[in-house]
Design a protein around this ligand. Structure first.
Ligand SMILES: O=C(O)[C@H](O)[C@@H](O)[C@@H](O)[C@H](O)CO
Ligand SMILES: [Mg+2]
Length: 383
């Protein structure tokens, strides 16, 4: 078998799908994208396609190594996302050729179902209680929200108190009947992370995500030393080589690589195994579409330390498109009471994409961009 064609489709809300065709008619799908840089990733996929087209898609490990190492420069969000989408499609093809779900090809399941969580609250956490109540009614009991709005490098008590008050309100309303992670989204400086985790400790959030930016990862052990709240990070780390130094330094309790940013299934299976060796939980980041989510779940099903799966149904970013829009076999991603996902039964990634809709929506795709935030003094604020 040979790869004959790779096509990318940018679609609402802010995703990109990759179709990989072969000379034997087997088609694989992937989801390469950096949110807000879809066209840049598209160009990277196009360059890598020059290498992949004509190759045997069964040689996933060799193709991965050649893509990663073959161009001399390596790593980073754009390039690793392009590799990720190609890698997902290669695994989809392999599963279809061998008529087996990807998790079977990876050694079979360690669990019967996988816990997922959903977002509440939006860019600036608001209407949290009402949204949690609404999602509870649909069976979810685990949530994530942004932990704060813009936060100055040395924030005021007012800013800190506003962040803490929202969390206090959640525990007041729900007690321990629900769990929630707080995503600091890289908005918080190292000095303020120390202040916030101290103030939030009594409310026991399930985890604090990106308490500081990935480029400040050396603070994770220091933050972890002052709090019992598990520290989570990983969506802005793009290979096992980046996770290596974070795991060695310690302090992190949950790694959150993104299956569409960190080199795909081939790389994230390795990251999960590395984390397990350090007794660190694996909770893939996934604010994206159905193919990315499926890739995450296949790795979750074979990773003993997989703990929580992010999924974007109802997330505040999904304007103009929802996860199940592009999926024909919607039951494959049905989440049961408690937000549990079940093992795919179909071959490959197990997603039967609605290609007609993808093509139709790609014709009107808008270029999504995250907002550029600024502090009251006009300086750029982390979004
Ligand atoms: O945890 C999450 O889902 C992420 O922080 C998410 O909010 C961002 O990755 C966003 O997709 C960037 O455009
Ligand atoms: Mg996050």
């Amino acid at each position: 078998m040979k790869v004959t064609k790779i096509t990318t489709y940018r679609v609402a809300p802010r995703w990109m799908f990759l179709k990989m065709e072969t000379d034997e008619g087997v088609v694989g799908w992937g989801e390469p994208v950096v949110e807000g840089r879809a066209r840049t990733v598209e160009a990277a996929v196009s360059e890598l396609s020059e290498f992949i087209i004509g190759k045997d898609p069964s040689r996933i490990n060799d193709l991965w190594q050649a893509m990663y190492r073959g161009g001399f420069y390596r790593g980073g969000a754009v390039f690793m996302s392009a590799i990720a989408g190609i890698d997902q499609a290669l695994w989809d093809i392999k599963g279809k050729v061998l008529n087996a779900p990807v998790y079977e090809l990876l050694g079979g399941r360690v669990r019967d179902r996988m816990k997922t969580y959903c977002w509440v609250g939006g860019d600036r956490p608001a209407d949290i209680i009402a949204q949690m109540k609404e999602r509870l009614a649909h069976g979810f009991d685990t949530f994530k929200m942004n932990g704060c709005e813009e936060m100055s490098i040395i924030a005021s008590s007012k800013q800190v108190d506003a962040a803490v008050a929202k969390v206090a309100e959640i525990r007041e309303a729900f007690g321990n009947t629900i769990e929630f992670g707080l995503d600091f989204h890289g908005r918080v400086s190292a000095p303020m992370a120390k202040v916030l985790v101290k103030e939030l400790e009594p409310f026991r959030p399930l985890f604090i995500e990106e308490p500081v930016l990935a480029e400040q990862a050396e603070y994770y052990p220091r933050i972890a030393a002052q709090t019992s709240i598990p520290i989570a990070a990983g969506e802005r780390m793009y290979s096992r080589f980046e996770f290596k130094s974070v795991l060695e330094r310690g302090g992190i309790s949950i790694v959150q690589p993104d299956l569409s940013h960190a080199g795909g299934i081939t790389e994230c299976v390795k990251i999960a195994a590395m984390a397990e060796a350090y007794d660190v939980a694996f909770a893939p980041h996934c604010p994206l579409g159905p193919i990315a989510l499926a890739a995450c779940l296949h790795v979750d099903f074979v990773s003993w330390n997989a703990t929580l799966q992010e999924q974007s149904m109802g997330i505040h970013y999904n304007k103009g498109g929802e996860v199940l829009d592009y999926v024909r076999n919607k039951e494959a991603l049905k989440l049961d009471e408690g937000g549990y996902a079940h093992p795919f039964t179909g071959p490959g990634l197990g997603i039967d994409v609605n290609e007609e809709l993808i093509i139709e929506r790609s014709r009107e795709a808008q270029d999504w961009r995250n907002p550029l935030w600024r502090h009251p003094d006009g300086s750029v604020a982390e979004w």
